[in-house]
Write a protein that binds this ligand. Structure first.
Ligand code: ZN
Length: 243
């Protein structure tokens, strides 16, 4: 089985469509969404509509909860807050109900799925270092945990005492029964690793491998739409720079 993981779409319809075109060319059996469908971009409703149709499993992100309850914006910066206020006014009631019902954590077979951390899925902490990854391995019992939230793809493996980050965008864990993995599949709609292409991941359960994929999309069109609705310029320029 080949499962695609998409995260941090952030209402970027151009990026989401480009990723689904790539998914449809890649013999994918199922698409799982790790949260933050909305916030920042110009098409929150269109993105929620696509996710509801294409993803049988979707998790809650911090921007999704903030869009339905503005009290959750207390630790947002000013740009994120302006974006989420617009998003909250724009989302349909049906889409708000959909977001409201999403879980913060899900366990499926050998997989643990969360938007932020397995340690405290509701606290929206980040995993940005090998130390934080090592700490989080204690808080899931499955072989693989897949997260989003930082917008930076990451593959960390733990085998006995040996913990390491993989710079290459592919890891095989075939015939490595003791190996466990903590993976960030990157961001579809607002990549922050200095690569402006959309990012998502593919888990192949038969090959026992994980691949990070990059997909170029028309970010200028997404930027144009954001400018029209007067999103903060910082949020617009960052799409072109991938930061
Ligand atoms: Zn996000």
């Amino acid at each position: 089985m080949r499962i695609a993981f998409i995260s941090d779409i952030h209402a970027n319809l151009e990026a989401l469509q480009a990723v689904f075109s790539d998914i449809d060319r890649n013999r994918i059996d199922e698409v799982i969404c790790l949260g933050d469908i909305v916030g920042y971009g110009a098409n929150p409703n269109e993105c929620v509509d696509i996710i509801t149709k294409r993803c049988p499993v979707t998790l809650l992100g911090n921007h999704d909860i903030a869009a339905i309850n503005l009290e959750y914006t207390h630790n947002f910066n000013i740009h994120a807050r302006i974006a989420i206020e617009w998003t909250s006014q724009t989302l349909t009631e049906a889409n708000k109900s959909f977001l409201k019902a999403l879980p913060t954590k899900k366990t499926m077979d050998a997989l643990t799925l969360v938007h932020s951390t397995p340690y405290e899925p509701d606290m929206w902490y980040y995993i940005t270092s090998l130390e934080e990854a090592a700490f989080n391995f204690q808080f899931f019992t499955t072989r693989v945990c897949i997260v989003g939230h930082t917008h930076i793809p990451m593959i960390v493996t733990l085998e006995g005492e040996d913990i390491r980050t993989h710079q290459e965008k592919y890891v095989s864990f075939k015939d490595k029964d003791m190996m466990r993995l903590l993976i960030n599949s990157g961001s579809v709609g607002q990549p922050r690793d200095r690569d402006n292409r959309s990012c998502y991941g593919i888990l192949d359960t038969r090959d026992e491998s994980f691949t990070i994929r990059r997909v170029a999309y028309n970010f200028m069109k997404a930027q144009e739409k954001m400018r029209k609705i007067k999103m903060p310029e910082f949020l617009i320029t960052r799409l072109g720079e991938g930061r």
